[in-house]
Each structure stands twice: as structure tokens, then as C-alpha cells.
Design a protein around this ligand. Structure first.
Ligand SMILES: *[C@@H]1O[C@H](CO)[C@@H](O)[C@H](O)[C@H]1NC(C)=O
Length: 438
């Protein structure tokens, strides 16, 4: 009894001493960190609190070039913090294949941020929305509409019509000129005709407005908004630039809605006119438990995605094709001879000719290798704790694929800066088999 009392008193004294408490506390913390499985995150340049690596990415822009250069210091997979957002950037082919092919479901998410949320009416589109069952349904719907549409020759017909218009305009010009607005007009008309069955003349104010909205919104988005870097800032009053983006986006969405409504009002199952009609049809043909989950907003946003993804990228790629052909007339001649021999002068080229025009196909491949409209593509995010290139990547990390880095990967391309379409051809002059990304 006496001994027990002594022991308790001694223990109380012992634990009451702050030095003992501090030692116990420190030992616990150390043990906790030693026993926890440590994440081995990819390496990267030093980060500062709150702004992360923004001081470097701002100074060494463009980001894709900066990341490509960092590979020589840190290896193919690097980490940069865009403000408080940790981001893993994959800069080489092998690691990109690991993430996008071998572990595609692990990397199938999309990061959520202020910009992507406001321009998609709360992630109701396909391109930026996270990987969810509703998203999978929506993608299935869009696939089926596209499949039906592509199986008809309507698309080729629209392309030929639009191309004829533009080549007639070209014929009337007899001095040097900038083809930019013509190419944009041609591409918009093809995409507008295929989605909504309409097209525009080059100086139609409606068309000019559409291009102006897209250009201004793209410029605003690419310079980035503070809440995307530090999400708590979304609760501050909106800046003038944020308000402007919301206005532009509202106008853009309104147009999409108007076209959708026009189609819905005049829809008949026996006369499917364009992609919008196909989407309405595919939606009606879904089992009710599925179609209930897809709202009209989902369909409008799916259609808007086609414009967001298809107009600027295609126009820029075509403009680069023109520029490369001007810069490399000897390569242009080989391509032209191939078309003259295979297709002749009596008709225009179509999709079925592609397999018989390997050199032209290789030219397109090479232009798209060297000049990308979006060098970092759309960011992914991880759906689970996973790994890439031997590093850990925790769930919900933003992951960017540096296409510029991939396309200049010295392990895959000899002399990567050189414009040389033959790198895509084998010894028989056929296109080499490709790596398939999903
Ligand atoms: C926000 O999301 C958009 C679309 O996913 C992306 O393009 C942009 O880079 C993101 N911004 C930041 C800072 O993460």
C-alpha cells in the first residue's frame, strides 16, 4: 500500500515536469513520422510558402519549355506547386505511357478549380468534368452520336463545301495576304455545320462575334485567375477580369442553348440533320434510369465542348501546316506529287484516301509533333494513391502531361528540333505503327 502510494506520487511528479512531457511528445512525433509510410514525391525546384513555384513559372514562361528544361536537373517526372496546388508534370514518353495507358484509370480524373467550374456550368461538360458515373454515361452518349454521324458521309461533304468556298476566295486574291481569318472561318463553318447545320460568311457579324468571344476568353483563361492557385481566394469579390470571363461565358453558353432549343423545337426522329439532333436522339434512346441523369445542360455543354476543343486547335494546326509548307517547298512538292498521283485533279481528297497518302499523313504528324496548340493539354488528376516513374502521387493530385516534352524526348526522336516527316515512315514509305493514347 505504502509502496503503491509512493509510486503514484512519483509518477505524477515525473509527468508534471515539462521536460519529461516535451521529451515524450517529441518521441511520439518522431515515432509517428518514422512508422508512417512516407510518400516519395517527385523532385522539383524549391517551393515558397503559399505561392509555391509561381515565382519561377512566371519568370521562366512558357511553362512547357521550363518543365522540359527542368528534366535535365530532376528527371522526367517533376513537381511544381502552382500556388497552393501541388502539380506533377510528366515530361517524357515512357512515364506518359505508364500514366495514360498502363494506369489510365488512376490518372483519369480532372482537377477542379474556379475557372473550369464557371465555364462548364459546374462541370457539366465532358472535357473538364471529373471521372464519375454520370460522366461515363455522358461520354457514351456523345460517342454514340459521333459514331452515327461519322458513319454517314455528311462530314466529308461539309468539309468539301467549306473548302470550296474558301478556295474560291483565295482565287480572287492576287497579292500576299494573311490566311488566318480565312482558315478560322473555314474551320468554324465545318464545325458549326456539323453540330448545328449552319454556316457563316467571312464577314458575318455573328461569326466575327463568336471568334472574338473565344479569343478573348482564351486569353483571359490562359493568364489564369487567383482562385485557381489559392482556392480560398474564390470568396473574395470578383476582379474585373473574372467578371469579364463570366460575361463572355454567359454569352457563349446562351448561343449554345439557343441552337439546342431550335433543334429541340424542330426535332423529328425521321430526319436527323446534324450532331445536335444525333445527341437528342441518343438521349431519347437511352434507358430512362440513365437518361434522367443527363440533363439538357449536359447536352448543351457537350456541344460547347466541340467548339472549345475543335476550333482554335484545328485552325492553329492548319495555319502551321501552311507555314511549314511555305518554309519547306521541297517537302511540299513531295506531298503535292503524292496527291496528284493518288487522287488526281478530278475530285477532292477524303478520309478514305488517308491510307494511300502516307507522305501527306507524315507531314501532318510532323507538324503536330513540332507545333502544338496546347502544349500541356488539359490537366489530369489522380483518382487514387498511385505511382509514376517510381514516385508516389497521392490521390487528387493535379497531373500535367507535357506534350512538348514528349515530342522532344531524345529517346524517341533523333534530332527532335528538325522538321522531317520521314521520321514517321518506315523503309517501305508506310506510316509507322503508332503508340495509342486514350
Ligand atoms: C484550372 O483548370 C483548367 C481546366 O482544367 C486548367 O486549364 C488550368 O490550368 C487550371 N489552373 C490551375 C492554376 O490549376
Amino acid at each position: 500500500m505504502a509502496l503503491e502510494g509512493k509510486l503514484v506520487r512519483w509518477l505524477l511528479l515525473f509527468l508534471g515536469d515539462w521536460r519529461v512531457l516535451l521529451t515524450l511528445f517529441t518521441a511520439t512525433v518522431i515515432l509517428y513520422f518514422m512508422m508512417r509510410k512516407p510518400y516519395r514525391l517527385p523532385p522539383g525546384p524549391m517551393r515558397l510558402p503559399i505561392i509555391g513555384n509561381l515565382h519561377q513559372t512566371y519568370y521562366y514562361s512558357p511553362l512547357y519549355k521550363y518543365c522540359h528544361d527542368l528534366v535535365y536537373t530532376y528527371g522526367p517526372v517533376i513537381r511544381l506547386d502552382l500556388g497552393t496546388v501541388p502539380c506533377v508534370i510528366i515530361n517524357r514518353m515512357d512515364q506518359a505511357i505508364e500514366a495514360l495507358v498502363t494506369k489510365q484509370n488512376d490518372f483519369a480524373g480532372r482537377p477542379k478549380n474556379w475557372t473550369s467550374e464557371v465555364i462548364t456550368e459546374g462541370f457539366k461538360d465532358i472535357a473538364m468534368a471529373p471521372f464519375t458515373p454520370v460522366w461515363q454515361l455522358q461520354r457514351k452518349l456523345a460517342h454514340s452520336a459521333f459514331r452515327h454521324f461519322a458513319s454517314k458521309d455528311v462530314l466529308v461533304q461539309k468539309i468539301h463545301e467549306s473548302f470550296n468556298d474558301i478556295s474560291q476566295m483565295f482565287d480572287k486574291i492576287h497579292e500576299p495576304f494573311n490566311p488566318k481569318s480565312y482558315v478560322y472561318n473555314c474551320v468554324y463553318n465545318i464545325i458549326y455545320a456539323m453540330t448545328y447545320g449552319r454556316s457563316f460568311h467571312l464577314d458575318d457579324p455573328e461569326f466575327l462575334r463568336m471568334v472574338a468571344i473565344a479569343n478573348e476568353a482564351n486569353a483571359l483563361i490562359s493568364s489564369g485567375f487567383a482562385p485557381d492557385f489559392i482556392s480560398a481566394l474564390r470568396y473574395l469579390p470578383r476582379t474585373a477580369a473574372q467578371k469579364r470571363l463570366l460575361d463572355l461565358n454567359a454569352e457563349y453558353t446562351r448561343r449554345g442553348r439557343k441552337e439546342y432549343q431550335r433543334h429541340k423545337d424542330t426535332f423529328t426522329r425521321s430526319d436527323i440533320r446534324d450532331l445536335c439532333d444525333y445527341l437528342i436522339l441518343a438521349h431519347q434512346n437511352m434507358p430512362t434510369e440513365d437518361s434522367d441523369k443527363i440533363t439538357e445542360t449536359h447536352i448543351v455543354e457537350t456541344l460547347l465542348d466541340i467548339f472549345g476543343a475543335g476550333t482554335d486547335t484545328t485552325s492553329m494546326t492548319l495555319l502551321w501546316c501552311i507555314k511549314f509548307m511555305v518554309a519547306y517547298p521541297e517537302i511540299q512538292k513531295i506531298g503535292q506529287d503524292e496527291i496528284d498521283n493518288i487522287v488526281g485533279h478530278e475530285r477532292l481528297v477524303n478520309f478514305h484516301d488517308k491510307q494511300n497518302l502516307p507522305y501527306c499523313d507524315a507531314i501532318l504528324h510532323e507538324v503536330m509533333r513540332l507545333r502544338l496548340p496546347a502544349s500541356l493539354a488539359l490537366p489530369h488528376s489522380t483518382t487514387v494513391d498511385t505511382t509514376v516513374g517510381g514516385y508516389d502521387v497521392p490521390k487528387d493530385t493535379m497531373v500535367m502531361i507535357n506534350l512538348y516534352g514528349l515530342h522532344h524526348d531524345p529517346a524517341y526522336w533523333t534530332d527532335p528540333e528538325k522538321f522531317d516527316p520521314t521520321r514517321f515512315l518506315d523503309e517501305h514509305g508506310s506510316i509507322r505503327p503508332k503508340i495509342k493514347f486514350s
